[in-house]
Design a protein around this ligand. Structure first.
Ligand code: SF4
Ligand code: SF4
Length: 238
């Protein structure tokens, strides 16, 4: 029988004879494929718990490896290397090194949630994909995603000033992600806003973009908030 997901096995462990007859039966080609055993030593006992501590990864332990998530996956249809079932399997075994090999594609999940709808065990595979991508970012294995950069900018403003100035958040986000400050969609957005907002309000928004005001009596509250968030993260992820 053909071995599905053969692409996941190292070439040197696949053994196959192009031509082979056993007891008069022709088993040439993939009919005689064997996989050399592998002794697994590079695993981390705590890894499943680690992924469970990230949003979306909570139910990874429920997986029974039916493969429905991969069969229904939008990205798998494009690229058979994108395989949620396999990554969930590696997560449960604690095989971090194997997961890291796929760092360039794990983040490609498009959040269509087909996998989550079909999963008979309510694992929420889409969430596990996000948790894995998030873990790689936190560990510095992959670069920060634009959404993480946005979240950091958003939180930073609250810590420092106790308030959010949308213009400032957008400005700093574009700068940090190397995007032009004047995006086409932003021009349309500003133009439409100008048609509806009072001039006084628009002027104040413009001034606040250059000069971020601080919430009155913010004092040391920002530091307290920052410490609280740090403690919560440490409690969740160690
Ligand atoms: S559909 Fe659910 S139970 Fe089946 S392999 Fe995927 S995550 Fe596991
Ligand atoms: S949500 Fe992601 S993992 Fe799930 S089916 Fe869609 S692309 Fe695949």
């Amino acid at each position: 029988m053909a071995i599905h997901e053969k692409a996941l096995i190292e070439d040197e462990r696949l053994q196959q004879h192009d031509e082979l007859v056993v007891d008069g039966v022709d088993v040439s080609g993939h009919w005689n494929t064997m996989i050399a055993p592998r002794t697994v030593r590079d695993y981390d006992d705590d890894f499943e718990a680690k992924i469970q501590s990230f949003a979306g990864g909570e139910y990874v332990h429920r997986c029974w490896q039916c493969g429905s998530c991969t069969n229904s996956c939008t990205m798998y249809a494009q690229n058979v290397q994108f395989n949620p079932r396999y990554w969930i399997y590696l997560t449960r075994l604690g095989m971090k090194e194997e997961l890291v090999k796929d760092q360039d594609i794990i983040w490609q999940c498009v959040s269509c949630n087909k996998c989550t709808n079909i999963c008979p065990k309510d694992v929420k595979p889409e969430g596990v994909m996000k948790a894995l991508a998030h873990w790689m970012e936190v560990e510095g294995i992959t670069e920060k995603s634009p959404s993480t950069i946005f979240d950091e900018e958003f939180a930073d403003q609250i810590y420092k000033t106790g308030r959010i100035e949308d213009g400032k958040v957008a400005q700093n986000f574009f700068k940090k992600t190397g995007q032009p400050l004047l995006q086409e969609w932003l021009k349309v957005f500003i133009f439409r806003m100008m048609k509806h907002l009072p001039v006084k309000h628009l002027m104040r928004m413009g001034i606040n973009t250059v000069h971020t005001p601080r919430t009155k009596s913010w004092g040391k509250t920002g530091d307290v908030l920052k410490n609280y968030v740090r403690e919560q993260k440490e409690a969740a992820h160690g």
